[in-house]
Design a protein around this ligand. Structure first.
Ligand code: FES
Length: 175
């Protein structure tokens, strides 16, 4: 009599896409902060500061270190818009969308920036240079509309000035 073989499905864990350097950076942040009370948010900030985003494969490493589920960590990453889940471009541009800026030209500036870069918010230009992010008050309301490029704040940014700032950023990167 022929016996039927049962095939037991094996759950194969996908291999991490983190490079050894990125993996080391994630673990360094975790080691520094995991004993802090409420360590999850500071760790996510630290990872984003180090890598420019929170890679999906960093989530299981963080979850394990903090004894949380992956779903819990992923839930926090996706809840806060500040955390980026995709690798950003070389330069990150934050456009303020809060009230003071909106009343002084931010709407036109936003339309211009999106058309100029060919992206919507959270997108990266096709040449990989610029990622456009929204911000909700950059603390520069008196000089609205405000923009932050790679952490540097600029005020009274017209569409023309926006283009000049992009050129300046490109020149600095080339020099
Ligand atoms: S509202 Fe834009 S900087 Fe405050």
């Amino acid at each position: 009599m022929k016996t039927e073989r049962r095939v037991i499905p094996i759950k194969v864990e996908a291999r991490s896409t983190l490079t050894p350097q990125d993996d080391a950076a994630v673990r360094t942040v975790i080691n520094k902060m995991q004993d802090m009370p409420g360590a999850l948010l500071p760790i996510l900030h630290g990872v984003q500061d180090a890598l420019g985003y929170v890679p999906k494969d960093a989530i299981p490493v963080i979850a394990q270190a903090l004894n949380l589920s992956r779903a819990e960590v992923h839930g926090v990453v996706s809840f806060y818009h500040w955390y980026r889940q995709e690798k950003p471009g070389e330069h990150v541009i934050h456009l303020c969308r809060a009230e003071a800026c909106q009343s002084r030209g931010a709407v036109a500036l936003e339309a211009h920036a999106k058309a100029k870069l060919g992206v919507d918010f959270h997108g990266t230009s096709s040449d990989g240079r610029y990622t456009l992010e929204p911000a909700y008050c950059l603390g520069n309301c008196a000089l609205s509309p405000a923009v932050m490029i790679d952490g540097e704040l600029y005020g009274r940014v017209s569409p023309q000035r926006f283009d000049t700032l992009l050129e300046k950023t490109a020149e600095e990167a080339a020099s």
